[in-house]
Design a binder for this molecule. Structure first.
Ligand code: TGC
Ligand code: FAD
Length: 392
């Protein structure tokens, strides 16, 4: 793979909107990605293997629980710093950002928000350093966009719960130490349970042959009469709103992350267009390639502004689920379009692993699907503006 020469586009001088802390956090994450992710990621993606050696470093740059309070091992940062870390990590690879998103927003967040103090102290510090890795089981083989219809369930057996069912498409599942699993009780109410590797009847087979997110491990969670201790139930929130609350935080991070992938594709295509000579001039001197680059930087700049504003609203506790949906949907679609155009700008070289673009493009096919598909987010916006839910 080519050396990482990335230079971040900032067309509207948005750095002026960031605090010194934001810039320090962002620059540290950027330097870490250049040193630890860029040199190895293509090889791991080609081999469809998660690079476990980066876990410790991810913890050190605040990639695990950036906004979780320091008393629980988190970095205690604000929402814009959290977003900037996700942007930089996904600039390296969406699969690495997935590991960070799942650990932070889908495992640490529910334990912090819905767990009790014993659960927080038991799990959060180890999750923050990466000593422990978690995964999040909501999607089932027959229920993806409609998680409320899940059939995974548990029964109260007096001294423990008995868990049965299956989850599918679970990031980090094959090597996770714990899983935050969403299941229905005997009344049909959804609760979160912490299931630990090694519990009898719990297995995590890996999903193979993905063309996307190849450097992230994906798997199933199978529960065959798993005895879950009663103290592993998350006591402080139940109902579908509990997992959806975690998704708000993860989707917000993805909105920033997608900008990172888009910036990397744009930056690579821009440099290539200045160096690649055809018909005795750089391809960047042709109108057609300039149109692509001009549209890319326009869309990146719009997404940066939208997402920075969303971060401010989240810091003030005013961001709505529908606003987060709009940003996730817009930014991932924007990044996917840019990745496709950038790939074309590199001609034949665009399909090789010499450059990051095709890997980003394939990764983004997962990103546009998980955490709510492109269409589901459109329906969330539609419901928000009309008042009519059109899902059912
Ligand atoms: P609906 O009737 O609308 O809502 C059920 C209850 O939930 C409440 N609620 C929320 N609460 C907190 N935060 C939110 N974002 C919420 N959205 C809704 C709602 O108020 C209601 O509460 P109550 O008290 O009235 O019961 O639910 P629905 O069944 O009609 O479904 C709505 C829909 C389709 C929007 C939702 O289910 C959805 O978002 N579907 C998409 C599923 C999804 O995003 N799955 C993601 C799985 S995790 C994943 O992909 C991880 S990938 C990670 C990685 O690798 O990075
Ligand atoms: P479906 O829900 O079957 O949707 C199929 C198509 O129908 C989509 O285009 C969808 O937009 C459309 N559709 C559905 N309902 C409607 C409607 N009402 N109106 C119009 N169109 C509709 N899940 C987890 O719980 N944890 C994870 O860690 C996790 N990681 C993932 C990692 C990867 C690599 C992938 C690919 C997925 C992951 N997921 C995870 C699952 C992901 O959240 C689901 O794939 C996603 O929510 C869509 O569900 P589905 O695949 O079952 O598609």
């Amino acid at each position: 793979m080519k050396p990482d020469l990335f230079q971040s586009p900032d067309y509207y001088l948005l750095d002026d909107l960031l605090s010194e802390e934001h810039k320090l956090v962002r620059d540290a994450a950027r330097a870490w990605v250049k040193k630890e992710v860029s040199p190895i990621i293509e090889d791991f993606a080609q081999r469809a293997e998660f690079p476990k050696q980066i876990v410790k470093g991810l913890g050190e740059i605040g990639g695990f629980g950036p906004y979780i309070p320091v008393e629980y091992g988190g970095a205690g940062l604000d929402q814009i710093s959290y977003g900037l870390i996700m942007q930089e990590i996904e600039r390296g690879d969406s699969g690495v950002r997935s590991t960070s998103s799942v650990q932070s927003s889908l495992v640490m967040y529910p334990i912090w928000k819905y767990g009790n103090e014993e659960q927080r102290m038991k799990y959060l510090p180890k999750l923050a350093t990466g000593e422990m890795i978690g995964c999040f089981g909501l999607t089932e083989p027959n229920y993806g966009s409609d998680p409320g219809s899940m059939i995974t369930n548990y029964k109260d057996m007096g001294d423990h719960y008995l868990l049965n069912g299956a989850k599918m498409w679970i990031s980090n599942a094959p090597f996770a130490d714990i899983a935050v699993v969403w299941a229905k009780n005997e009344e049909g109410r959804i609760h979160g349970l912490i299931v630990e590797r090694g519990m009898e009847g719990f297995s995590t087979p890996e999903t193979h042959n993905k063309w996307s997110l190849r450097a992230s491990a994906t798997g199933e969670l199978i529960f065959d009469n798993v005895k879950v201790p009663k103290e592993n139930l998350l006591p402080n929130k139940s109902g579908l709103g509990a997992p959806l609350g975690c998704l708000d935080s993860a989707r917000y991070g993805i909105a920033w992350g997608a900008i990172g992938a888009a910036m990397d594709c744009y930056d690579t295509a821009l440099r290539y267009s200045q160096e690649r000579i055809q018909f005795d001039k750089p391809i960047g001197a042709t109108q057609l390639q300039q149109k692509k680059l001009a549209e890319m930087i326009t869309e990146i700049t719009k997404a940066q502004l939208l997402t920075w504003r969303l971060g401010v609203l989240r810091n003030e506790g005013r961001a709505t689920t529908a606003q987060i949906s709009m940003a996730k949907r817009n930014n991932v679609d924007m990044a996917l379009t840019i990745a496709r155009d950038a790939r074309q700008m590199l001609g034949g070289m665009g399909i090789t692993g010499e450059y990051s673009i095709m890997r980003h493009m394939m990764n983004l096919e997962s990103v546009v699907t998980y955490e709510g598909t492109h269409d589901i987010h459109l329906l969330i916006t539609g419901m928000d503006v009309t008042g009519f839910p059109a899902f059912k």
